[in-house]
Ligand binder design. Sequence first.
Ligand SMILES: *Cc1c(COP(=O)(O)O)cnc(C)c1O
Length: 471
Amino acid sequence: MNKYPLEPTASEMHSMGEAALALVEEFVNGLPEAPAVDLDGAMELARELQERAPEEGSSFTELLDIVAVASSKVINNSGPGFLAYIPGGGLFTSALADLLAAGFNRYVSLAGKAPVIAQIEATAVRWLCDMFDYPDEARGVLTSGGSMANFSAVVTARKAKLGEDFSLGVLYTSHQAHASCATAGYLAGFPKSRVRLVPTDAFLRMDVDALAAMVTADRAAGLHPFMVMASAGTTNTGSVDPIGEIGALTRAENMWLHVDAAYGGPFRMTAYGRELFAGIEEAESITLDPHKALFVPYGTGALIVRDGARLRDAHHVAADYLQDMEGLEEQIPSFSEYSMELSRNFRGLRLWLPIKLHGMAAFREALEEKRELACYLYDELRATPGFEVPLEPDLTAVAFRYLPEDGDADLFNQRLLQRINDSKRVFLSSTNLDGHFVIRACVVSHRTHRDRVEEALRIIKGAARELASCG
Ligand SMILES: *Cc1c(COP(=O)(O)O)cnc(C)c1O
């Protein structure tokens, strides 16, 4: 007889739940001391897990061990030393929300099936709309991430501005925008030649004059410019496009302004971000990624649309088998009408629960702290001889390189990055600026505080000194 029936007894539920919880607790408590990277033996372990589905079950504790080891053989994206890409920490309280959401397994996408569940998610979405002073008629959806949100944004703008025949449509994004912006255009049916990459200025922000010239030229060629995808924090350097100026242009040209704020969005809660993103409240749509600067676990993006009816127009097709579910819209949105997804997890709880529990002030203060840490990192590196820090950070990403007295700077900085990451206390990534290899450090995690940034600075400076002296 199977030791683990599909429906466990009450005492089995309890012991399995306790064991899983203890594991997560131990993991979170161990994060400050855990290595920032540990991939030793990871490929061998991965190979061992290639197997056929077992006919018989194994013990739960054995399986927990596998998950624990698998989670330790990683670039440690949850820890305080993770400064690569755009960090996302993962709130413990959000993990609990996931356990509750999956435990209850309620249907969130059709308001008629679980109105109060749908309202919890709608309320969480409304809080995101409030972050940008969006009007009451705004609507939004929680997506799996920012890439999906950008895709839905293009589909929405396409339907709103071009209708059924979009063969002459052209959309614009910048050279520095996240790759998912252009990909969204391609997947929404536009050929490469109709997805224009606008040049950026010295601060890597979209060049609005160049954008205007491109739009004029495309109109003259008989094409139909319909959308600009601006960035409120590029992944590369955190540069923020001049949203207000771009908005003036898109309004004059009857185009749709979308802002990809997957990285920077929540900073609008801070006084600094409010000024930095001036004009974002006028954007037709905004992409957010709560799994970055709102610290919730991966699998939480969002698209909010100023005129919510546009989002629904683009995604809703009535289905006979759902006819008895229609008509609630006035009170509670049915999310399936605003998205490609029908049956899915109850994402709203992973946002609603932590915000209710901690309060928005906790998030705002954490973001103010991240901004201060990035400024501190920038000031310190700039003041250190040998380092070049080309851009004052708009948000919390700092790109830098060391200029060796002789030899190939790119090669030097590749080695420098390797040496920094070999410390296993911090993990940084790199990018390319103006054809140069540059290192970047991005502070976003709720677990990264002053002590780790100071340590990062010691490691960076020490590694540069050692490399420079060994030639
Ligand atoms: C991370 C990011 C994305 C993509 O979001 P995913 O959640 O990874 O799909 C898009 N745009 C920007 C600016 C990002 O930082």
